[in-house]
Design a protein around this ligand. Structure first.
Ligand SMILES: [Zn+2]
Length: 58
């Protein structure tokens, strides 16, 4: 199940497998379904991830 968390701009939906967050539940569920099945990330999906928590040094 995607985890709903409170983001600065509203609710975010977090993939519990890889930890990436999305602005829409649909994208979060797509990511989690992919991650669960493939044990890896899909670039087409993760490019839609919200990156607010990534430190600027990365
Ligand atoms: Zn994921």
């Amino acid at each position: 199940m995607v985890k709903v968390i409170q983001g600065k701009e509203g609710d975010l939906f977090q993939c519990e497998v890889c930890g990436l967050k999305y602005a829409s539940r649909e994208m979060g569920e797509r990511c989690e379904a992919w991650c669960t099945e493939h044990k890896s990330c899909n670039l087409d999906i993760i490019k839609s991830a919200v990156q607010e928590d990534i430190p600027p040094t990365l």
